[in-house]
Design a protein around this ligand. Structure first.
Ligand SMILES: *Cc1c(COP(=O)(O)O)cnc(C)c1O
Length: 479
């Protein structure tokens, strides 16, 4: 048996490279990263491409060379589709990926601290709880509030709605009389959450929006009155601080007052807009957020972190724990500590130590850099909104945050703007996405990548001018 164990050990040890081969892998990875980052200013923000080699690549018994793997990574992964790290990414809600976050991720993977339970890694849990404290202060929550760093806004929303369901004791006997209020601009991850947490049988009321795509508080109140008079129970109001489609801000403060009056749970989806609280001039417009019972924010949007970081904050921290904590026999050693463990605040037990990717950039860069970067995005979007009109485009409402809608007022408007968007995608220097408003196509310019500066906005305007000319030429040719 000893012989067998020793033979297996020889092969098993290849999983733990010696310093010399570690140095080689390290160097190759570093070279790749430097090439990637230095190439960003020239590389396209979007490239339509298939991945033929990737589908052919099989996992072999002996393993491959790093160079072979990195090669596929470069051609088939990092140069196909949307480049989320590019300052030219102006579609959807752009992501980011701060460089020092990557260092935090690397360290989290190397040391592999168990961030789910205080007993397993007090430092990791304390670090995450301190980040949550900072976030609670940012939104104006009391010290009794708590939250969870999740993988994204969708899972964060799931945690918020689970807590709302438990606090309001929505059960089979009352679910069909419980009413949820939101607008058609609400993010679809909340429709998903409603289903997943067992609220699918609630009555859902779509509250109309005004011309700026903001929830109409008077119509909300009217609907609530009608529901109460019919013997239904208003349960949950969901407002959005920065809608994904148009960047609109619902009247958060006014809705907070209504929610209080009718005794509902008040959830604010600030996945996109929440971090604009860092910008002094936005504080007044967002201030009602402190009155929400639960808030979702996405650091992988507004704090420019790599994908995989969302946040839920619950004003009543104990309610969050009560809705999620469960005990297990094999976990008895972990009980009896004062510090709240992340595992008691959401569906995950074992989880990525994602706090580090947020902790490093906040400590290394300081909050001033984030403040400036976010305020810059607001001004860049306003600048775009003005300039695109000078090029003859119609626009949506003045940007409340950093999204502008635009389209060209051509006779066959939808077909023309569709062709224009295709030309933009074919060009690919800057990436933009589209949406349907009242069934009609609008192109969106969303400014949130930390590498988007004036140079990129000027470049995007130039690209649109070029694409407009080519679409006009070809449509004249066809006509
Ligand atoms: C992005 C977004 C979400 C969903 O968050 P994910 O991180 O993609 O899961 C929810 N709400 C709004 C307003 C968003 O912009």
């Amino acid at each position: 048996m000893i012989e067998k164990i020793k033979a297996l050990e020889v092969v098993a040890r290849s999983l733990d490279p010696e310093p010399a081969s570690r140095a080689l892998l390290w160097q190759q990875t570093q070279d790749y990263v430097e090439d990637f980052l230095q190439d960003l200013t020239q590389s396209r923000a979007y490239r339509k491409a298939d991945c033929p080699q990737l589908s052919e690549l099989e996992i072999s018994e002996e393993g491959k060379l790093m160079s072979e793997v990195l090669d596929i990574m470069k051609t088939e992964i990092d140069h196909a589709g949307i480049n989320a790290t590019s300052g030219g990414h102006l579609g959807y809600i752009p992501g980011g990926a701060l460089w020092v976050s990557a260092l935090g991720d690397l360290l989290a993977a190397v040391s592999n601290r168990y961030a789910g339970i205080y007993y397993a890694s007090p430092g990791a849990v304390l670090l995450e709880n301190q980040l949550l404290r900072w976030l609670c202060q940012l939104v104006g929550y009391p010290t009794t509030a708590h939250g969870n760093l999740s993988s994204g806004g969708s899972i964060a929303s799931l945690i918020a709605l689970t807590t709302a369901r438990e606090v309001h004791q929505i059960r089979s006997h009352n679910v069909r009389k419980s009413v949820i209020y939101f607008t058609a601009q609400m993010h679809h991850c909340l429709n998903k959450s409603i289903q997943i947490v067992g609220l699918g049988e609630c009555i859902c009321r779509l509250i109309p929006v005004n011309q700026n795509f903001e929830m109409d508080p008077d119509l909300l109140r009217k609907q609530l009155d009608q529901d109460v008079s019919e013997g239904l129970s208003p349960f949950l109001i969901i407002a959005t601080a920065g809608t994904t489609d148009t960047g609109a801000l619902d009247p958060i403060d006014e809705i907070a007052e209504i929610s209080k009056e009718y005794g509902t749970w008040y959830h604010v989806d600030a996945a996109y807009g929440g971090f604009f609280l860092l910008v002094e001039s936005m504080k007044e417009r967002l201030k009602g957020i402190s009155k929400a019972d639960s808030i979702v924010m996405d650091p992988h949007k507004g704090l420019f972190l790599p994908f995989g970081t969302g946040v839920v904050l619950i004003k009543d921290g104990q309610a969050l724990v009560k809705a999620h904590a469960h005990e297990a026999n094999y976990m008895i050693d972990a009980y009896g500590f004062d510090e709240i463990s992340p595992a008691d605040c959401g569906p995950e037990l074992t989880k990525h130590f994602r706090g580090l990717r947020m902790w490093f950039p906040l400590h290394l860069h300081g909050s001033q850099a984030f403040r400036a970067c976010l305020e810059e995005k607001i001004f860049l979007c306003r600048y775009f909104h003005g300039k695109i009109q000078q090029l003859g485009f119609e626009v949506g409402p003045p940007p409340a945050l950093s999204v502008t809608l635009f389209r060209y007022p051509s006779p066959d408007r939808d077909a023309f703007n569709k062709a224009l968007l295709e030309a933009i995608h074919h060009d690919g220097r800057y990436f933009m996405s589209s949406t349907l408003i009242g069934g009609e196509i609008w192109i969106r310019c969303a400014v949130l990548n930390f590498r988007t500066h004036l140079n990129e906005i000027e470049g995007a305007l130039q690209m649109i001018t070029d694409c407009l000319t080519s679409v006009q030429l070809s449509s004249n040719g066809n006509g």
